[in-house]
Design a protein around this ligand. Sequence first.
Ligand SMILES: NC(=O)c1ccc[n+]([C@@H]2O[C@H](COP(=O)([O-])OP(=O)(O)OC[C@H]3O[C@@H](n4cnc5c(N)ncnc54)[C@H](OP(=O)(O)O)[C@@H]3O)[C@@H](O)[C@H]2O)c1
Length: 329
Amino acid sequence: MMYNAVKNRYDRMKYRRCGNSGLMLPFVSLGLWYNYGNRESFENMENMLTTAFDNGITHFDIANNYGPPAGSAEENFGRIMKKELGQYRDQLIVSSKAGYGMWEGPYGDFGSRKYLMASIDQSLKRTGLEYFDIFYSHRPDPDTPIEETMGALADIVKQGKALYVGISNYNPEQTRAAVDCLDQLGVHCLIHQHSYSMFNRTSDHGLFDVLSEKGVGSIAFSPLAQGQLTSRYIDGIPSDSRISKGYYLRKEDITEEKLRKIIALNNLAKERGATLAQLALLWVMRRPEMTTVLIGASKPEQITENAAVAFLPPLSVEEINSINLILGV
Ligand SMILES: NC(=O)c1ccc[n+]([C@@H]2O[C@H](COP(=O)([O-])OP(=O)(O)OC[C@H]3O[C@@H](n4cnc5c(N)ncnc54)[C@H](OP(=O)(O)O)[C@@H]3O)[C@@H](O)[C@H]2O)c1
């Protein structure tokens, strides 16, 4: 397949500044956690990535362990870069991470310098890239000094293996310590990647305050609660859905009470002529601290629908109040 690039992709997306850095990120970013492993259709992966780029989504998020098997999402991404998107390398932001279990033994998990340094070299090899735009510590390590983990990230920047670094799943106190530590090493923490959706509002309790105080950007993962905050499960469990594929999201997660909320939110979305997925993404992006919302997708059409939120009117105060009422918060 020869990729035919569209010329006006940048008119289809809005871009927000990432914290107080020089980097702009698209309103919507695409993650490769699911649907890029070796048992998925390669053609569908290609279509999703080119559809995303054609809609102005310039930021792709991967991690060393995405698959299955672990590492295969990076390999498949690398194949697509080689085949069609490599010519646009300077128009793309590619992120990877290390922090969860990746290989056997004491050096393939958490936050030691040994793990991070070895892992980024492996990730560069699998993707075939010369550098990552953003490299993350994927989770805090309670047993490794923060100076060691952040020291490894700072050296990764100084060695040219990543242009920027970020942290993920760090709580407000851990975030403050990590950002201060990086500052002392002369490297600004670009971004924090955290779970945030109408169904998971933990970040509202302290994290955003630290990010805005420190000038760190914010990227929300699982903004659709893995598909729950879409119309996907309103009429049962589709056979091609994430629940049917069965890793992290389970049938039992869709309780009767949750389904009632999903249906009410879906009706609210319809009132403004939007889909529930779009309402859920607008809800995340209502916060001024947010830089970009990090979606997953199993089909190109989902990406087109989600990318369109960049130009939808923001939620009104009345809509936000109605959402709170439905969610019971
Ligand atoms: N840092 C971390 O620890 C961490 C953890 C988790 C994720 N992440 C990152 O965040 C990314 C996104 O996470 P996620 O995949 O859980 O995000 P999500 O956007 O909450 O869920 C994605 C799923 O929602 C469904 N969906 C998306 N758009 C839809 C639409 N318009 N209509 C109907 N259904 C729609 C699809 O489900 P179906 O597959 O059922 O169609 C899709 O696979 C990951 O790829 C990864 O890059 C990071």
